[in-house]
Design a protein around this ligand. Structure first.
Ligand code: ATP
Length: 354
């Protein structure tokens, strides 16, 4: 069942939390809503769930207009960061709870709850109370409870935020497995880019209530449609700088400095100023026709890589370089860029230049 959002807006007093959002989430897809705090992710999820009604616009589940339909009639399963389990009920009873509310006979409810418990691999914990479970196990119970009514859509609001780093990795793989096993359409809210990029078929990156880009994870990383997307994704953050044309049209200099830079590819349009973006991993040490020359001002080991910061005229450039090199702060250094890894953005609108 596809989900269609059409010009969906939500305004609270004087805050526009979601602004004229139009998009389609395909049947069986896992889509992440990603973005900084306050960008409107949770509000979008609440609108999908029916707990909020939009100020304007519409939501369709398949052919059905659900815009005005109450939450309990939408066929939705929800999983929250806080798990929201009933502490006095056993695991089995927690999972059965939504079915019992719907007056499903006890035997049938129990059988269905057990089946779900097996799917999320907590079949051996049915008699325990939530307080006797680890965070990851509690989240499995919450997922089973969300799925037991066989909803059309699964909504997950930062479901992994309360777990430690290792469990987060394990549980995100689990959520993906379970989602694919039952083939349910799922919408996953997170502010963690790595989580969104690793788990999703598609990522929607939001800012100020507006989708900035929606695409497959790798495409978003490789081809950011604007400067915000480029700077939000990636760690260390992408290098961004303003270039100004000189009297020679093929030569640019770094704005606010005399530094001339020899670009491997010219901006696609002839403009006085343009924004250049290059990711740290796309730079490498070279002395032949380097793009940047400067002085190393910072050296850091991150996992297998060495991250350096280099002063180039008035700006600093981050690069991930060969960890075998013996580098010291104050060394003169030069960097080239791997072909095809240069991003240009319009200096005013921030839009990607093709
Ligand atoms: P976070 O990652 O911090 O949870 P978010 O991306 O989920 O953020 P929302 O919670 O959707 O963002 O909030 C979007 C905007 O709407 C924010 O500016 C927020 O202050 C505002 N907002 C959200 N809920 C309400 C509300 N009930 N009343 C008034 N303003 C609200």
């Amino acid at each position: 069942m596809d989900i269609h959002l059409n010009q969906l807006s939500m305004v609270f007093d004087n805050t526009t939390a979601v602004q004229e959002m139009t998009t389609t989430i395909k049947d069986g897809e896992l889509v992440s809503l990603l973005g900084p705090s306050g960008c409107g992710k949770s509000t979008t999820l609440m609108l999908l769930s029916g707990l909020y009604k939009p100020t304007s616009g519409s939501i369709h589940f398949g052919d059905q207009d659900v815009t005005k339909l109450d939450a309990e009639k939408r066929g939705i399963g929800m999983v929250f960061q806080s798990y929201a389990l009933y502490p006095h009920l056993s695991v089995l009873k927690n999972i059965m709870f939504p079915l019992r509310m719907k007056k499903v006979p006890k035997k049938e409810a129990e059988a269905r709850a057990k089946e779900m418990a097996e799917l999320v691999q907590i079949g051996h914990l049915l008699d325990r109370k939530p307080g006797q479970l680890s965070g990851g196990q509690q989240q499995r119970v919450a997922i089973a409870r969300a799925l037991v009514k066989k909803p059309n859509v699964l909504l997950l609001d930062e479901p992994l935020s309360n777990l430690d780093a290792r469990l987060r990795l394990e549980m995100r793989e689990e959520i993906r497995r379970i989602q694919q096993e039952i083939g349910i359409t799922a919408i996953f809210v997170t502010h963690d880019q790595e989580e969104a990029l690793s788990i999703s078929d598609r990522v929607m990156l939001m800012k100020d209530g507006i989708i900035q880009q929606e695409s497959a994870p790798q495409n978003m990383y490789k081809k950011p449609e604007n400067e915000f997307v480029a700077s939000f994704l990636g760690n260390p953050p992408i290098n961004l700088m303003t270039l100004t044309k000189t009297h020679e049209s093929t030569v640019y200099r770094l704005a606010d400095s005399k530094e001339i830079i020899q670009l491997p590819a010219l901006p696609p349009e002839d403009m006085e100023t343009v924004r250049l973006g290059i990711r740290a991993e796309d730079l490498f040490h070279t002395t032949e026709n380097p793009l940047f020359q400067g002085e190393i001002i910072h050296i850091e080991t991150i996992g297998r890589d060495t991250l350096i910061r280099m002063q180039v005229g008035s700006i600093t450039v981050r690069a991930l370089v060969d960890p075998e090199q013996q580098l010291q702060i104050g060394d003169a250094y030069s960097l080239g860029v791997r072909p095809g890894n240069v991003h240009y953005f319009h200096s005013e609108s921030g839009k990607r230049l093709p």
